[in-house]
Design a protein around this ligand. Structure first.
Ligand code: NAP
Length: 512
């Protein structure tokens, strides 16, 4: 069983006790008392160490040397004396850097010995040999914390943990390495570390305790756990882990969904496809894996971009595009159908491609306008619709206006002039951060019906979930998880159940 360890730092024993209690209530099994940081905050080592037995959880005691990311660099004899006090006081584990174990000239007998190795700039080629050397030197638990440069490196952690029979902690630091922390239970790691909150992390990329316990359900993971994730760059902002993990938990599925930050999507797939059961694919990798998969669904093949990878019954990796149907469904829900509608699509990137194809196939007359007109012409030529300039677009009598650009994302800009909105039209924004974009607010003001990108995002996730699990997705719960992750806790419950919001959001939600 993988231990969840929460690092705690305080100058006073009472503060340490309060933090340990908070960690236990949050679901941690153990606290790591970072003595080096406690001293840095003005703590007295002997006073703190003699208080260990009063803490609410078993203690891993670490006095990390400055050479390996800590803040202690004193006399080895002094450190030996503190570690001996820690053992007498009841520490369950004591961590020492493998490189400084010899100079310590002592090993605990009652507490377990953790020998550790840290690399904040990269990963050495001889990790396996280093781990073997730690056990040979007498480690009860080996710990490596190194820095992967790309998601393909995750395969090294997976195989190290799979092949090592003795207790091992294998952590990839930074955002690329985050899955090593989130999949610790599935990969059989001895422990993973979770901070009390985001402001109290002790290493780069360390998740919070609440994420480990609630979102990623470390305690429910095991060797049979199915692994899914979102592959992209960036992925830190993605709502998908919140949505899919909530759905897996709801159905009590032995599955977990993590963010894979990848610069090279193909390298990731080649290195990791043996243990990845399914993927969401986002910017900029929607075309990268097309030739690497066993097959594509016909729609994905026609669009030339995928946002989903799943396994069929024979275990083959299939690419799908759930963006197209998701966008179409949003508009259909609001105006009853897309046939014979005049659709003005802003943008010619990845999402615009899926939308243009879907509406063209559904019988709409699609006009594409894009900042870079040549891209609009190329896309329109491929699909068989028309490219127009922004000036021409302003004259168009459209029924549906769709924003497929990223304009409006985390900004108050709109891709469409406020005065150009047409009453009784439908305006659909694929952007969902914020949910009420300037485009939608202007549309509402101008007498149009606004439909927000949350609807599409939930629908494309539903299409993925059904392919991965072969069961209906819990749509209200997924919508609620997304709204909560976006910070709309106030309306999450109402919107989740009814698909319609309250107050100013009412009209934005009527497409659901
Ligand atoms: P992309 O492939 O990078 O395309 C970006 C598009 O936005 C291009 O057409 C680009 O025009 C245009 N653009 C960017 N900055 C602009 C600016 N300052 N002024 C005018 N046009 C600008 O990205 P994508 O994958 O299509 O994603 C686009 C948006 O869709 C994102 O905001 C994303 O969040 C959203 N999306 C939503 C969902 C959902 O489910 N709701 C799903 C996928 C994507 P140029 O060609 O001139 O560069």
């Amino acid at each position: 069983m993988t231990h969840i360890v929460t690092p705690i730092v305080a100058a006073k024993p009472g503060q340490l006790a309060a933090l340990a209690k908070e960690a236990r209530e949050g679901g941690a099994d153990m606290v790591e008392v970072r003595l080096d940081e406690c001293l840095d905050q003005g703590g007295d080592a002997e006073v703190l160490l003699n208080y260990i037995s009063e803490l609410a959880l078993p203690v891993l005691l670490t006095c990390r040397h400055a050479d390996e990311g800590g803040c202690w660099a004193g006399d080895p004899g002094q450190r030996r004396s503190w570690l001996q006090t820690a053992e007498r006081a009841g520490a369950a584990l004591i961590d020492v850097e493998a490189a400084r174990f010899a100079e310590l000239d002592w090993r605990p007998t009652k507490a377990q010995l953790v020998l550790s190795y840290h690399d904040f700039n990269g990963m050495p080629d001889d990790l396996e040999a280093r781990v073997d050397a730690m056990y040979a030197a007498g480690a009860d638990v080996a710990k490596i914390a190194v820095t992967p440069s790309d998601a393909a490196d995750l395969a090294i952690f997976e195989s190290l943990l799979g092949e090592t029979e003795q207790p091992l902690i294998a952590i990839g630091m930074g955002e690329v390495g985050l899955p090593t922390r989130l999949l610790a239970g599935a990969w059989g790691a001895f422990a993973t570390f979770g901070a009390l909150d985001a402001s109290r992390t002790t290493a780069a990329g360390q998740p919070t305790l609440v994420d480990l316990v609630q979102r990623y359900r470390i305690k429910h993971q095991g060797p049979e756990t199915h692994i899914f994730g979102v592959l992209g760059n960036p992925v830190g902002h993605s709502m998908s882990p919140a949505i899919h993990n909530a759905a897996f938990a709801h159905h009590e599925l032995d599955a977990v969904y993590v963010p894979f930050l990848a610069h090279d999507a193909k390298a990731f797939w080649h290195a990791c496809c043996d243990w990845v059961d399914g993927l969401s694919i986002t910017i900029p990798h929607k075309e990268a894996l097309i030739d690497e998969l066993d097959d594509l669904e016909p729609l994905a093949h026609s669009i030339g971009a995928i946002n989903t990878v799943y396994r069929d019954d024979a275990g083959k990796a299939i690419g799908a595009n759930t963006d197209a149907d998701a966008a179409l469904d949003c508009v259909r829900g609001a105006i009853g159908g897309a046939a014979n509608r005049c659709v003005l699509l802003l943008g010619a990137g990845g999402v615009a491609r899926a939308i243009a194809y879907a509406f063209h196939q559904a019988g709409s007359e699609v006009f594409i306008a894009n900042r870079t007109h040549s891209r609009a012409e190329a896309l329109a030529g491929e699909i068989g619709c028309r490219a127009i300039t922004m000036d021409e677009a302003a004259e168009l009598s459209y029924d549906v206006l769709i924003n497929g650009t990223s304009v409006g994302m985390k900004s108050e800009r709109s891709p469409w002039p406020v005065e150009a909105h047409r009453p009784n039209s439908l305006v659909f924004d694929t952007v969902y951060t914020p949910m009420e974009t300037q485009l939608l607010l202007d549309a509402q003001h101008g007498g149009a019906t606004p439909v927000c990108g949350v609807s599409m995002f939930v629908r494309q996730a539903v299409g993925q979930y059904q392919r991965w699990t072969n069961q209906p997705a819990p749509v209200p719960l997924m919508r609620r998880a997304m709204l909560e992750a976006l910070g709309y806790e106030d309306i999450a419950e109402t919107c989740a159940e009814s698909g319609s919001g309250s107050g100013s959001t009412t009209r934005l939600w009527q497409a659901d």
